[in-house]
Structures are given as structure tokens and as C-alpha cells.
Design a protein around this ligand. Sequence first.
Ligand code: ZN
Length: 148
Amino acid sequence: MPESAQAMAVRKVPQKFNKGSDDLTHLTDQQRWTLYKPWLEHNDPGVRANSIICLIHQANYLLDQQIAALERAFIEDGGYSEQLATARLTERQRQKDQTKPAGPTRKIPVCPKCSQPMVLRTAKTGKNSGSQFWGCTGYPDCKGTVKV
Ligand SMILES: [Zn+2]
């Protein structure tokens, strides 16, 4: 059947270019038209109409693929507003965590061993190295500590 042979040939045009590193997206509209010229400017109006229908089918197929991919992404990652809300909650929590330790309302504890006021220190050695703790101002005579 000559009609389906024409349809096959029209469908094969982009395949021919996708095989290599080339794709059709870098071509101008005029260059793309040239690729389909044998059918789009065919003497038989039937061939012209069929090639256009063929291209419409291809466009529909690609749009369906794109919609399906977007649906999968939506189910997996959530929608735009959901992602915005998540990002906002994360940022709000981060700001809260950041201001909490330096906040003015924080109470300075007294040493559980000698009742002197304590100071915020950073552990330089041991398994808690790098993390903060309350140390007695009577150090080194008093080794009292309180967790932050
Ligand atoms: Zn103490």
C-alpha cells in the first residue's frame, strides 16, 4: 500500500537523525520543512494531507509521553506548591535551630557540683569534640559540666 509506505517514510525522518548525536532540535523551521518536503510538497494532495496527519499523530504521541512523565514526577515528587511548602518549612526550621542557641531567653545554668555560674565552651577533644557544653567557671578546680 503506497499510503502506509509514505507514512512509514515520514515517521523515519527523525529516526534517521536521532541515530547519531544529531537531533532535529537544532534545525531551523525551514531546514525541518526541507526534511519533509518530498511529502509536504507532493503533487498529490492526498499525500500532503496524509503526511500532515502523520506529523500530528507524532506530535500527539510525544505530548502523551510528556504528560505521562509529568504525572509520574508529580506522584513521586509532589506538585509545585507542595515543594514550595516543604522548602519553606525546612527553611523555617533551620532559622529556628539557628536562633535558638543564641537566643536572649536562654538560661545560664549553675554548676551541679559547686553552684557557680557556668560558661558555654566547645569541646576540643574526646568523642564530643566540636560540640558545645556548659562548663563550670570554677574549672580546673571543678570539672562540673551540663549538656547544652
Ligand atoms: Zn563547679
